[in-house]
Design a protein around this ligand. Structure first.
Ligand code: PMP
Length: 411
């Protein structure tokens, strides 16, 4: 793919919405390639969040004054924005959490308490983020169940044909990531869901890396749970979503206890509120939810198809360039991949690479990427990861490539 062939939406216009991108870091124009860790926020989101600090602030669902009414209305409207974006059947199926991690912990805990018992099994994949491993492991330990693991190959593809061998009569749930945060692989979640449902097994999708790249239709997908974080999709930190089918949410117990999640409290017995409130104990991050809905509005105003083609073109361009560098190994080259490239360069420690790139104004991630089993699969301690968003440019990829060439020459 040559640079000139790339389909370009009006990126310079889009970049003006992200004031943070115009800065210099270490004296160099910032190139932000750590979008899989957290994305930047458009001014529309920042303004909306500020509005709910500067002019309007009142705790939701609790009082009758002007501020409380305004925030409650904006919070519940945000829930509707999320419902519509995900095409959930009803707003009651949208639970606001602090992020993907809390969403998965909620399901592991509450679903585990209701439906998992001694000898049962839960299946995850070997390419999961720790957030989609550890909560299940903890739950299995608590309930006396077994965690089983679907492997992937060196190419970064799940060996999902092995799923038939892993599923047994004891399988209570399958938890799988839509997109790997290390390999960028887009997993065949629709097929996995169909297979699981043919055996009456519910499926949780970790959408932390999927939701920022794909428009999700939870009804078409027919997933039982879908979890994601606002901060990876141009929204604020500390806010996330758990979508769950009513048939499950009604049947599983609350995760946290406290205000708002109750119907009636006495010292002998407490009854719980309706969903979604049953799962939203205490004061939620309502400003975050309102900001996330603004980020969704922003995404809804972009040309979805053009943006995803552009992101794909950026990935292809970066892959082609990086492959020209001798001694550079890319981990994960699935045909269906999002804009995430994890790699190592022979003879350069990933942390050195990350630090030196930072001095050149280029932000990448280096480390274990919260995916120890993926590191173990490839027999490495760490990797460097560059991850792209629609506000990145071909010029930035070119600068990144040239920076890597310079650094390689230094070592
Ligand atoms: N799952 C995946 C695939 C992720 O990439 C991440 C974030 N790196 C998480 C879960 C956890 O997200 P959060 O830290 O926002 O809860």
């Amino acid at each position: 793919m040559s640079i000139t062939n790339i389909m370009i939406p009006d990126i310079s216009k889009i970049r003006k919405d992200f004031p943070i991108l115009g800065q210099k870091v270490n004296g160099k124009p910032l190139i932000y390639f750590d979008n899989a860790a957290t994305s930047q926020r458009p001014i529309q989101v920042i303004d909306r969040v500020n509005e709910f600090s500067l002019r309007i602030n009142g705790n939701i669902h609790r009082a009758t004054h002007f501020f409380a009414n305004k925030t409650t209305e904006a919070y519940e409207n945000a829930r509707e924005t999320l419902r519509s974006y995900l095409n959930a059947e009803e707003t009651a199926e949208i639970i606001f959490t602090h992020g993907t991690t809390e969403s998965i912990n909620l399901v592991a805990h509450s679903f585990g308490d209701a439906f998992v018992t001694v000898g049962d099994e839960v299946i995850v994949t070997a390419m999961e983020h720790h957030a989609n491993i550890v909560p299940w492991q903890m739950m299995c330990q608590r309930r006396g169940a077994t965690l089983k693991v679907l492997p992937f190959g060196d190419d970064g593809l799940l060996q999902h044909e092995l799923l038939d061998q892993l599923i047994t009569e004891k399988t209570r749930l399958i938890a799988v990531t839509q997109v790997s945060n290390v390999l960028g692989t887009v997993n065949p979640i629709a097929e996995i869901i169909t297979k699981a449902h043919s055996k009456n097994i519910p499926v949780l999708i970790d959408g932390a890396q999927g939701a920022p790249h794909f428009k999700i239709d939870v009804q078409a997908l027919d997933c039982d749970f879908y979890a994601f974080s606002g901060h990876k999709m141009y929204g604020p930190t500390g806010i996330g979503v758990l979508y769950g089918k009513r048939k499950w949410l009604d049947r599983i117990p609350p995760f946290f206890g406290g205000g708002e999640m109750i119907d009636k409290v006495t010292f002998t017995q407490t009854t719980y509120n309706e969903i979604p409130y049953k799962f939203e104990a205490g004061t939620p991050h309502y400003v975050g939810a309102i900001g996330l809905a603004t980020a969704i509005d922003y995404l809804n105003n972009l040309d979805n198809i053009l943006i995803s083609r552009y992101e794909h073109d950026l990935l292809m361009e970066a892959t082609t360039r990086l492959k020209q560098i001798e001694g550079l190994r890319i981990y994960g080259e699935a045909p269906e991949k999002v804009g995430v490239i994890s790699f190592n360069i022979k003879g350069i420690h990933p942390f050195d690479l990350g630090t030196l790139l930072d001095q050149m104004g280029i932000a990448v991630r280096s480390g274990r990427l919260c995916a120890d089993p993926v590191m173990d699969h490839y027999g490495v301690e760490n990797m460097v990861r560059a991850s792209f968003a629609f506000y990145n440019t071909v010029e930035e990829i070119d600068a990144f490539y040239r920076a890597l060439i310079r650094l390689k020459a230094m070592f």
